[in-house]
Design a binder for this molecule. Structure first.
Ligand SMILES: Nc1ncnc2c1ncn2[C@@H]1O[C@H](COP(=O)(O)OP(=O)(O)OP(=O)(O)O)[C@@H](O)[C@H]1O
Ligand SMILES: [Mg+2]
Length: 307
C-alpha cells in the first residue's frame, strides 16, 4: 500500500469508521444516532457520509448535499473537506453518487492516486482545524477501495452486525479486510462490534451472537454490552422526518399530548402521519443508542489512556 504514517496520527485519533461488508446492518443508523447523542452531550461531532448512496446525508440528516463531490475531490486530489452544518448540530461531509467518480479515477490505468493518503491528509487538516471530539465515517456496503481509504483514515473500527448469517459473513469478510490493512501498515484498531435489530428480551440469544462475533474478530473487537433493538415504527418516523431516535422519542410525547387534545376537542387539526404511538414509544431505542454512545466514548478514552 502507498501510505506511510504521517503527521496526522494525532488529529485522527478520534476518527471511527463504521463498517461491515454486508448492507443493511445499521451502519448509517448507528452513525446518525451516536453522533446525535454525543452532540447533545456537548461534543464537537462530524460525520462523513462515505457511501455513494448518500442516505446518511439526505435521509438521516435531511441535508441537501453536493452529491458527494467534495469528498470525491478530497479522495482523488487531497483537496479540503467542507462540512455542512446540519440541524442536528452535527457537521456533515456529504456523500452521494459522485464518489463513484473518485473510484473510477483511482482505477484508471497509470493513475497514481492514493485515496488513502489523500483522505488522511484532508481529514487530518479538517480535524485539527475544527478540533472535533468525534468523527464518524459511514461506509457503504460495496466498494472495497473506498472502504480501504476509510480504514486508513481512521483510528478505530466499529463493526455493526445483525443476528443473521449473511450479516455475520460480512463481519468475517470485514475482519479479513481489516487484517490486510493492518499488515500494510494502517494504524486502525478494532473498537468493538454492535449487534442490531435485536429483541431485547432474548437475552440468551443476544449473548450467544455476541460470543460468536468475538470468536470471529478477536478480543479487541469485544461486542458492546449495548445492543440496538428492533423498532419498526421508530425507524419509519426517524427516516421520514430526518430525526434521531431521541428526537422520535421526544416527538412521540408531543404527538401523544396533541392526540389527547384532539380527543378533548381542543383542536381540530388532523394528526400528522406518525407511527411511534403509545406509552414510552421510541424510548427504548433512544436509550439503546445512549448506552452504546457511552460505551463507545468510554472505550476510546480507556484505550487512549492505556496507549
Ligand atoms: N432499530 C431498528 N429496527 C428496525 N429497523 C431498523 C432499525 N434501525 C434502522 N432500521 C432499518 O434497517 C435498514 C438498514 O438500516 P441502515 O440504513 O442504518 O443500515 P446500513 O448498514 O447503513 O445499510 P446500507 O448498507 O444500505 O448503507 C433501514 O431500512 C432502516 O430504516
Ligand atoms: Mg448506510
Amino acid at each position: 500500500m502507498k501510505v506511510s504514517m504521517d503527521e496526522w496520527s494525532d488529529s485522527l485519533r478520534r476518527v471511527v469508521t463504521v463498517a461491515n461488508r454486508k448492507g443493511g446492518v445499521l451502519k448509517s443508523s448507528i452513525v446518525r444516532n451516536v453522533a446525535d447523542v454525543a452532540a447533545r452531550a456537548g461534543y464537537q461531532v462530524a460525520v462523513i457520509d462515505g457511501d455513494p448512496q448518500g442516505n446518511l446525508t439526505e435521509i438521516d440528516f435531511g441535508v441537501d448535499g453536493d452529491g458527494g463531490r467534495g469528498l470525491a475531490m478530497a479522495l482523488q486530489y487531497g483537496t479540503e473537506l467542507t462540512p455542512v452544518e446540519s440541524d442536528a448540530g452535527v457537521d456533515v461531509i456529504c456523500g452521494g453518487p459522485e464518489l463513484q467518480g473518485a473510484i473510477g479515477a483511482a482505477m484508471m490505468p497509470g493513475a497514481e492516486v492514493s485515496m488513502e493518503a489523500n483522505l488522511r491528509g484532508a481529514l487530518g487538516r479538517l480535524s485539527k482545524g475544527r478540533s472535533y471530539d468525534l468523527v464518524l465515517i459511514d461506509s457503504g456496503p460495496g466498494d472495497t477501495r473506498l472502504l480501504d481509504a476509510y480504514l486508513w483514515a481512521a483510528r478505530w473500527l466499529l463493526v455493526p452486525t445483525l443476528d443473521d448469517e449473511a450479516a455475520l459473513a460480512g463481519v468475517d469478510k470485514m475482519g479479513q479486510r481489516f487484517v490486510a490493512a493492518r499488515r500494510a501498515g494502517a494504524e486502525v484498531e478494532f473498537l468493538g462490534a454492535v449487534v442490531g435489530k435485536v429483541n431485547p428480551r432474548a437475552t440468551a440469544r443476544n449473548a450467544e451472537v455476541r460470543r460468536e462475533v468475538e470468536t470471529m474478530l478477536g478480543e479487541e473487537a469485544t461486542p458492546f454490552d449495548a445492543t440496538i433493538r428492533y423498532d419498526a415504527a421508530g425507524r419509519v418516523d426517524a427516516r421520514r422526518h430526518a430525526m434521531s431516535a431521541k428526537d422520535v422519542a421526544e416527538e412521540a410525547v408531543r404527538q401523544g399530548r396533541a392526540r389527547l387534545e384532539r380527543v378533548k376537542g381542543v383542536t381540530r387539526e388532523p394528526g400528522a402521519v406518525w407511527w411511534s404511538n403509545g406509552k414510552n414509544a421510541g424510548q427504548g431505542l433512544a436509550q439503546d443508542y445512549e448506552n452504546l454512545t457511552r460505551e463507545v466514548l468510554t472505550r476510546i478514552g480507556t484505550r487512549e489512556a492505556a496507549a
